[in-house]
Design a protein around this ligand. Structure first.
Ligand code: MP5
Length: 239
C-alpha cells in the first residue's frame, strides 16, 4: 500500500471517530433531563454525599440529627403529596392514572416515618419543630404546582425525586455494616423507586419536546432552584 492510500485510510478512520463523538454528544445533549442535571452538577456535588448521608452510611449519625431530619422530611412528604395532587389536577388525560398511582405510592411512605418516630419516641406533629428552610422549600413547590406550567411541574418533581434516589443509592452503596435506618435506605434506593423516577424522567423528556424555548427556560430555572433547596434541606439536621 502506498503512502498516499495509508494516509487516506487514516483520515477516514479519524473522520469516523469524530463522527461517533459528534453523534454521541448530540444524542446526549438532546435529552432535556441530562441538560438539567448538567447545569446543576456543582450543587448536586455538594450533597452527593452530604455529611448527613455519610453519617447514615457509616452509622455515626446522632439521634438528634436523625430526628430533626425525620420530623422535617415527614412534613416535606405530606406536602409533597399535596404538590403532586395539584399537578394531578392539571395533568393531561393520558397521565391521570400515573399521577394517581404515584400519589398512592408516596403516601405509603408516611407509615415508614410514623413507625420510626414511634421507635424513637418522637412527636411528628410538632409544627414548631419545622425548620423555615423546609417551609420555604414546600412553599416553593406548592407555588410552582399552583401557578407554574406543566413542564415546570415535571422539572420540579423530577429534581426532588431524582435527588433522593441518588442520595440514598449513595448511602446503600457505601453502607458499613447494619443500619437501624435500613427501611429508609432501601425505600429510596429500591428498584421500584428507580423505575418511578425513570418514568418521570421519560415524561419530562417527552413533554420538553412538545414545549417551546420559553417553557424550557422556566423549567431550567425551576430545576436549579429545587436543586438548591435539596442541598439546604440536608443542613437542617445540623444547624
Ligand atoms: C424527597 C424527600 C423525595 N422525601 N425529601 C426531600 C427533601 N426531597 C425529596 O420525595 P418522596 O415523595 O419522599 O419520594
Amino acid at each position: 500500500m502506498s503512502v498516499f492510500t495509508d494516509g487516506l485510510d487514516l483520515s477516514i478512520k479519524v473522520i469516523k471517530v469524530l463522527e461517533l463523538i459528534l453523534i454521541g454528544s448530540v444524542s446526549m445533549s438532546s435529552k432535556f433531563s441530562d441538560e438539567l442535571l448538567e447545569t446543576s452538577r456543582d450543587i448536586w456535588r455538594r450533597f452527593l454525599p452530604h455529611r448527613f448521608l455519610r453519617e447514615v452510611a457509616d452509622n455515626t449519625i446522632s439521634r438528634e440529627a436523625f430526628a430533626k431530619w425525620l420530623i422535617n422530611d415527614y412534613y416535606f412528604v405530606k406536602n409533597g403529596i399535596r404538590f403532586m395532587a395539584l399537578i394531578l389536577a392539571k395533568t393531561p388525560d393520558e397521565l391521570l392514572s400515573f399521577f394517581a398511582e404515584s400519589i398512592y405510592y408516596i403516601s405509603r411512605e408516611l407509615d415508614m416515618f410514623e413507625r420510626k418516630a414511634g421507635e424513637l419516641g418522637i412527636d411528628l406533629r410538632s409544627e414548631s419543630l419545622i425548620d423555615l428552610r423546609a417551609k420555604a422549600y414546600v412553599n416553593y413547590l406548592l407555588t410552582i404546582a399552583s401557578i407554574g406550567g406543566f413542564l415546570e411541574n415535571l422539572a420540579a418533581l423530577y429534581c426532588e425525586e431524582k435527588a433522593y434516589l441518588e442520595a440514598w443509592s449513595w448511602v446503600r452503596e457505601n453502607l458499613r455494616g447494619e443500619s437501624p435506618h435500613r427501611e429508609f435506605i432501601n425505600h429510596w434506593s429500591s428498584k421500584e423507586f428507580r423505575e418511578y423516577v425513570d418514568k418521570i424522567e421519560k415524561l419530562l423528556n417527552e413533554y420538553a419536546e412538545r414545549h417551546g424555548e420559553y417553557e424550557k427556560r422556566r423549567a431550567r430555572e425551576v430545576f436549579l432552584e429545587v436543586s438548591k433547596y435539596e442541598l439546604l434541606f440536608w443542613d437542617i439536621a445540623y444547624t
